[in-house]
Ligand binder design. Structure first.
Ligand code: NAP
Ligand code: ZN
Ligand code: ZN
Length: 347
C-alpha cells in the first residue's frame, strides 16, 4: 500500500511530503497507524548524509508510537486498537550470538534499522516514522504501558533506551557519581535515569540557560563547561560519564573528569572523528567506551521502569510542517528537550 510520508530526495533538500510503499502485514506483522514520532538528532545526521551512508529518498523517524490497525494471523503480542511502539530497529538476523542474547542492535549481520537499511520485504531500503503507517514484525515492536502519556513516550524509543542501556550496563546507582554531557534529547533522559537509579548526578552543559532545567530534571549539580574552574573541581572524580553531544567537541576534557578505572561512554555520534589523547586514557587507567541504543527486551524493560517511576520525556509538540524549523532549532541547541511530531498533521 502507498502511505503519506515526509522525507528528502537528497542531502540538501528540506523535508517535504512524499508517498512511500508499505507491505501488507504478513503472518507475524502488525500495521501501526503512527500517532506521534519523536525527532532524534540522528534523523538530521542521516538525512544530511553526515555519516556518509545515506540512501535516498530518506524518510527519518525512529521514535514511533501509534495504534495497531491490522495484525497478521500469528500475532500474539498485540490486538487491533492497542497502542504499540517501534524504535530504531525493525528486524535482525535473530540467530547470531548477539541476537540470541537479546542484543539485536549489535547483530553480526547488521540489524535492519527503521530507516536507511536494506528492506528484506519490498527491496530498496527502509523508511522511518515520519509517515502515516508502518508495518513491523511483532518481535520488533513494544507494548506501551497504559500509565504513560503517549506523545511523551515516543522519545523513550531512542533517547530513552540509548541512555538507559549504558547506565544499566555500567551499574550506575547509589554511591556512584555520574556525569551527563549535553542537555538535549538523550541528555535529559540520561539525567532522569541516572537520578532514578540513585546516583549523584552532575550535568555538563554548554548552555547557561539550561542550568535551572538541569536541576529540575534531576541533576544534583550543573556545570557550565566553559567555566574552567568549575570543570576543574570535578577532575578525576566521576565513576561514569555519558557523552550525549551531537557536535564536535574536545572529548579529552571529559575523559579527564573520570576517576581511576572509571569509564567515559560515548553515545553521541558527531559527523567527524573525536581525537583522543593517549594520556587521557592512560592516566589514570580510564576506559573510553561506546554504546548503541538497546535490545528489544531491554527496551520493554525500560518502558516498564518508566511506567513504575513516572518517567517520560519533556516534549514540545510540533506539526509535521514545522519539522524543518525544529531541525534548525536543534542545531542551535534550542530544544527543550525533544520535539515530537503530531502525526495527524501529516494528512
Ligand atoms: P540533541 O537533542 O540535539 O542534543 C545534543 C546536545 O549536545 C545539545 O542539546 C547540546 O547540549 C550539546 N551540543 C550541541 N552542539 C554542541 C557543541 N557544538 N558543543 C558542545 N555541546 C553541544 O541531540 P540528541 O537527539 O540528544 O542526540 C545526541 C547525539 O546522540 C547525536 O549525535 C545522535 O545522533 C546520537 N545518538 C546516538 C545513539 C546511539 O545509539 N549511540 C542513539 C540516538 C542518538 P548543551 O546545550 O547542554 O550543551
Ligand atoms: Zn535516535
Ligand atoms: Zn544477529
Amino acid at each position: 500500500m502507498t502511505v503519506r510520508a515526509f522525507g528528502t530526495p537528497t542531502a540538501k533538500n528540506p523535508l517535504a511530503p512524499m508517498d512511500i510503499a508499505r507491505r501488507e502485514p504478513g503472518e507475524t506483522d502488525i500495521e501501526i497507524e503512527i500517532l506521534f514520532c519523536g525527532v532524534c538528532h540522528s534523523d538530521i545526521h542521516q538525512a544530511r548524509n553526515e555519516w556518509k551512508n545515506t540512501v535516498y529518498p530518506c524518510v527519518p523517524g525512529h521514535e514511533i508510537v501509534g495504534r495497531v490497525t491490522k495484525i497478521g494471523s500469528k500475532v500474539t503480542k498485540h490486538k487491533v486498537g492497542d497502542h504499540a511502539a517501534v524504535g530504531c530497529m525493525v528486524d535482525s538476523c535473530r540467530t547470531c550470538p548477539n541476537c540470541q542474547v537479546g542484543l539485536e542492535q549489535y547483530c553480526h549481520n547488521w540489524a535492519t534499522f527503521t530507516y536507511n537499511s536494506p528492506d528484506k520485504h519490498l527491496g530498496g531500503h527502509t523508511f522511518g516514522g515520519y509517515s502515516s503507517h508502518v508495518v513491523v514484525d511483532e518481535a520488533f515492536t513494544l507494548r506501551v504501558p497504559k500509565e504513560l502519556d503517549l506523545a511523551a513516550t515516543a522519545p523513550l524509543l531512542c533517547a530513552g533506551i540509548t541512555t538507559y542501556s549504558p547506565l544499566r550496563h555500567w551499574k550506575v546507582g547509589p554511591g556512584k557519581k555520574v556525569g551527563i554531557v549535553g542537555l538535549g534529547g538523550l541528555g535529559h533522559m540520561g539525567v532522569k535515569f541516572a537520578r532514578a537509579f540513585g546516583a549523584h548526578v552532575v550535568l555538563f552543559t554548554t548552555s547557561e540557560s539550561k542550568v535551572a532545567d538541569g536541576l529540575r530534571l534531576g541533576a544534583h549539580e550543573v556545570v557550565v563547561s566553559q567555566d574552567k574552574a568549575a570543570m576543574a573541581k570535578h577532575a578525576a572524580s566521576l565513576d561514569f560519564v555519558l557523552d550525549c553531544v551531537s557536535a564536535q567537541h574536545d572529548i579529552n576534557e571529559y575523559i579527564g573528569l573520570v576517576k581511576l578505572d572509571g569509564t567515559l561512554c560515548l553515545v553521541g555520534v558527531p559527523e567527524n572523528p573525536l581525537p583522543v589523547h593517549p594520556f587521557s586514557v592512560i592516566l589514570p587507567r580510564h576506559s573510553f567506551a561506546g554504546s548503541g541504543i538497546g535490545g528489544i527486551a531491554e527496551t520493554q524493560e525500560m518502558l516498564e521502569f518508566c511506567a513504575q517511576h513516572g518517567i517520560v520525556s519533556d516534549i514540545e509538540m510540533i506539526s509535521m510542517q514545522k519539522v524543518n524549523e525544529a531541525w534548525e532549532r536543534m542545531l542551535k541547541q534550542d530544544v527543550r528537550y525533544r520535539f515530537v511530531i503530531d502525526m495527524k498533521t501529516l494528512a
